[in-house]
Write a protein that binds this ligand. Sequence first.
Ligand code: SF4
Length: 297
Amino acid sequence: MNSAARLPEWLKVRLPGGPAYERLKRASRQRGLATVCEQARCPNLAECWGGGTATFMVMGPSCTRGCRFCSVASQAQPPPPAEDEPALLAQTLAEMRLEYAVLTTVCRDDLPDQGAGHLARCIAAVKAECPRMRLEMLAQDFRGEKALLERIMDAGPDVLAHNVECVERLTPVVRDSRAGYRQSLEVLEHAKRYRPALPTKSSIMLGLGETQAELRGALLDLRAVGCDIVTMGQYLRPSGRGRNLPVARFLPPEEFERLGSMARGLGFAFVASGPFVRSSYRAAELFLSGRLEAHAS
Ligand code: SF4
């Protein structure tokens, strides 16, 4: 995160705490599982955990890619995913008694199936152990290989998410060269074609130098591929390391409000837009409010 000195007032947060937070932290620590919430020092942690939502990163702590907005370590050949991770994850989520959980993953371009098999086992194990809990899979692009995407969708997530991350023009600067804006749209388009009733979701970071016209273009592109849910939040530099891009602009809360209204006007079933919004922020709300069923019908 940028040194607090340069953050505008509306981005200064109090550190998380409280019984719900302590209980969830203990449960994940006991099994050596990493929540993205803690790793990214997410400002919403207290609110999400207090509301029964958490995000887990699977397939190890290192990624084969090096996106410039991300703090995850890069490694060309990370160790293989842990065989017991699906079972540990399922046990931890059962103990946490969450209403909604998000699984996210690093990219594993080094594996023959890019990790699709392991991810499918994680989803299946969690759904078997926690049948009442809603599970969102925030998937990578599998370099556009549709059969790998279908493999994780067949495992039964309740939401399939894939982030375009930024507007098209900035993609080559912000994301790893193996990622692509059109490729990401194709992932979302195929997910909707393969499972029309399954909600799809994407996320866009703002403050990287995009214009409002470019953002509107990206939102229209997402609607054109049937994306139901979109979140928009402030990009924050995760570290001072050269890999991580500086923030071009801090958008004030009222601007996020306005952009959120613009997105709702384009027909998304659910929009979360705000300085602290992250891809899994308020993720559960959509289901618990039953709004998706209303949108799908
Ligand atoms: S693909 Fe990019 S955003 Fe995702 S974990 Fe790897 S470096 Fe981070």
